[in-house]
Write a protein that binds this ligand. Structure first.
Ligand code: PLP
Length: 372
């Protein structure tokens, strides 16, 4: 194996670029010593709400907790069906199961990788008709950075009276029309895991909403269901907060975030220009902006291509090799191979290429030239 042309995600290059800002921000936290829910956390929440274009942002421990807190704020639990995709990171469905609700999977669109609105409608009607579970929420995922088709999803949510949650862990920074990722549905969530488009140096997450009742519920739930304070408990909650040092890192990174998304878009345009015609490229439909969390191609020689590229110094990743309905953790849901053909087919075809804002044109061209 030769040396890598680039890391898959280059956090080191970003750190070199932001070193002094990050250092200063962290120093300030060490000076004031309010490590939990310090001033950086509220400053960050204000800026994130503004950039998403919503009234409230409430930060928390990670993106999985953000989903759990959103579901808890909507008072979802046992006996409830929550519709989501089997083609996503496990956490999306896991959060549904943790609170005792049942994930009901819905297949994705083969071109956008996101929930198929037609199949969603059918699934809600089926659950309604069977009467075993109460259709309680929809979690749409902005996979690989591309917002789901909210123009079609929001009317379905209203028609059936089933609240919509946006899992923008990968989508934050993207948009649809005039609206930013993080602003769709009743409540949206994101993750600041280091590899996400906006990542911190540990775990972090947030929820976004225009509804004050949901924002207030999440503020209580993230601190043990607090009432007046954490020694007055009005509901069963969690311990899930973003710490001030992580907020400090995010404040420094937020200053360059819009520019970084533009750099990611430039990298995507170079890939489009230089990749050979036999590779199926990701598609961003008219009116959408992707945050390009991943640049994911499709190939009918997934394993061979992955190995070939690594031999040429190009690291790649398979997101996701196994759809959630086929995971051992979900045997009790009794799904079968063939239940979600698009997700299953994608799992065997996808390959994500290096994507980060610090990739330059010659490197992208070298990656493209490494293709067989
Ligand atoms: C990363 C991710 C999560 C979970 O975020 P964590 O911060 O790792 O808990 C949830 N959903 C999706 C789609 C993700 O990519």
């Amino acid at each position: 194996m030769s040396e890598l042309l680039t890391p898959f995600i280059d956090l080191g290059a970003q750190y070199q670029h932001l070193k002094s800002q990050i250092g200063q921000r962290i120093d300030r936290v060490l000076q004031h010593g309010q490590y939990i829910l310090g001033p950086e956390v509220s400053e960050l929440e204000g800026l994130l709400a503004e950039s998403a274009g919503v009234k409230y942002c409430v930060s928390c421990g990670n993106g999985t907790d953000a989903l759990q807190l959103a579901l808890m704020a909507l008072e979802i639990g046992r006996g409830d069906a929550v519709f989501t995709v089997p083609y996503t990171f496990f956490a999306t469905a896991e959060a549904i199961s943790i609170i005792g609700a049942t994930p009901v999977f819905v297949d994705v669109d083969p071109e956008t990788f996101n929930i198929d609105p037609g199949s969603l409608q059918t699934a809600i009607e089926r659950v309604q008709a069977s009467g075993e579970l109460n259709p309680a929420a929809i979690i749409a995922v902005d996979l690989f950075g591309l917002p789901a088709d909210y123009t079609r999803l929001e009317p379905i949510s209203s028609e059936f009276g089933v609240p919509l949650i946006e899992d923008a862990a990968q989508g934050f920074g993207g948009s649809l029309g005039e609206r930013m990722a993080g602003s769709f549905g009743e409540i949206a969530t994101t993750s600041f895991f280091p590899a996400k488009p906006l990542g911190c140096y540990g775990d972090g997450g947030a929820v976004f909403t225009d509804r004050q009742d949901l924002a207030d519920a999440v503020k209580s739930l993230r601190v043990h269901g607090k009432g007046i304070d954490k020694y007055d408990n009005v509901r069963i909650g969690m311990n899930s907060r973003l710490d001030s040092i992580q907020a400090a890192v995010l404040l420094a990174k937020l200053e360059v975030f819009e520019r970084e998304v533009e750099f990611r878009e430039q990298v995507a345009r170079w890939y489009e220009e230089y990749l050979p015609d036999n590779i199926q490229l990701p598609r961003v439909p008219e009116g959408f902006r992707s945050a390009w969390a991943q640049y994911t191609i499709q190939t009918n020689k997934q394993a061979e291509l992955k190995k070939w590229l690594l031999d040429q110094g190009v690291p790649t990743a398979i997101y996701y090799a196994k759809p959630l309905h086929l995971m051992d953790a979900y045997v009790s849901l009794d799904y079968q191979p063939g239940d979600f053909p698009v997700s299953e087919k994608l799992s065997g075809r996808v390959l994500s290429l290096p994507m980060h804002p610090y990739l330059d044109e010659p490197t992208v061209r070298q990656i493209a030239m490494a293709m067989p």
